[in-house]
Structures are given as structure tokens and as C-alpha cells.
Design a protein around this ligand. Structure first.
Ligand code: NI
Length: 185
């Protein structure tokens, strides 16, 4: 089932999301709905707050970019209760980012290239690993959503000033996109 995407201005996007337990109600259906929603909106990642649920659950599909980055062929993963434990601050890089909750906004964001993450997979098996490359960027973007952050929070100076009016447009519903959204009432 395709769910509406909560867009900028929705309070749930600014909340600290809660861990979930294996008996979370209808978790397999919820995960399937997140995959369906992600595919429909042609995104590469979706965090539960973006569908209005303040829980630590993320899906990432890098297979959709595997033509450019073949190492991510068939990479589709579910992350439950993920946390970024460490950032390797020795190296950062920049790349353009967008977000299904911020339609129409694309900005270059500087981030560390390596992070250490802990999470549970779909079978609730624990993982603790260092991640690099494009995946590290996508994880930082998605896991930020679980801490009430969006990618424009990382902009500095003039870029941050310039994006403000676009964010106000989002809050006021002055935008269009190709997928179903849920605006703040
Ligand atoms: Ni996002």
C-alpha cells in the first residue's frame, strides 16, 4: 500500500523517534508499505517519520542507482533501531541531496565519508559496522530523520539563508510533486 509522504512543516519530522520491539504491530506489513511508498516516489531511502510514524525504522534501496554505482546492485535493506555511533572526522566530501519530505529542494551537503553504525536487520539480528562510500551518506541522511533532522539543517551561511524561503513555501503547501503528500493542517 502506498502511503502519503509527510512534508516539511509536519511536527513528526522534528521529533526524536522511538526504538521498536520485534512485536511492533503489523511490522512486516508496515515495512512492505514503506517499500511500496519508496518505489512510487522514486526515492532511495525512506524513514518512518516521513510516513508519520515516530519510530526508528528506515528502508534504503540503492539498487535504483546501481547503473551508476554497480557495487550497490540488489542493495535493499531494512534498518531497525539504527544509531550512528561514530563519525570518522578525518575525511568529508560533498554531494547533492534531496528528500521526499522536501520536494523541489536540492542542495550540496558536506558529510563525513565513514561512519560506524549499529542497527537490527529485518530478522532483528544485531549489526555493528563501519560503512563508507555513498551508503554512508544515505544512512546519515536517513538516520538524521530519526533524530528530528533534515538535510537542510546541515547548510551553512548563505546557502542556509537562501533555502529559508523555499522551506516556508513547503510549510505553506506552495509546491507540487508527483507523489501523494500529507501537509500540516
Ligand atoms: Ni530525507
Amino acid at each position: 500500500m502506498i502511503l502519503p509522504i509527510y512534508t516539511y512543516g509536519q511536527p513528526v519530522l522534528r521529533q526524536e523517534a522511538e526504538d521498536i520491539a520485534p512485536d511492533y504491530p503489523e511490522l512486516p506489513e508496515l515495512i512492505q508499505n514503506m517499500w511500496d511508498t519508496l518505489a512510487r516516489s522514486e526515492g532511495i531511502g525512506l524513514a518512518a517519520p516521513q510516513i508519520g510514524l515516530s519510530i526508528r525504522l528506515v528502508v534504503i534501496d540503492l539498487d535504483v542507482i546501481s547503473e551508476d554505482l554497480p557495487e550497490y546492485k540488489d542493495y535493499r535493506r531494512v534498518f531497525i533501531n539504527p544509531y550512528i555511533e561514530e563519525y570518522d572526522e578525518n575525511e568529508t566530501d560533498t554531494s547533492e541531496e534531496g528528500c521526499l519530505s522536501l520536494p523541489g529542494i536540492h542542495e550540496t551537503v558536506r558529510r563525513p565519508t565513514r561512519i560506524r553504525v549499529t542497527y537490527l536487520d529485518e530478522q532483528f539480528q544485531e549489526h555493528d559496522e563501519w560503512v563508507g562510500g555513498y551508503l554512508a551518506r544515505v544512512m546519515q541522511h536517513e538516520f538524521d530523520h530519526l533524530d528530528g533532522k533534515v538535510f537542510t539543517d546541515h547548510l551553512k551561511g548563505l546557502r542556509r539563508q537562501l533555502v529559508k524561503s523555499k522551506l516556508i513555501d513547503l510549510i505553506k503547501g506552495r509546491f507540487s510533486c508527483s507523489y501523494k503528500v500529507k501537509l500540516r493542517k
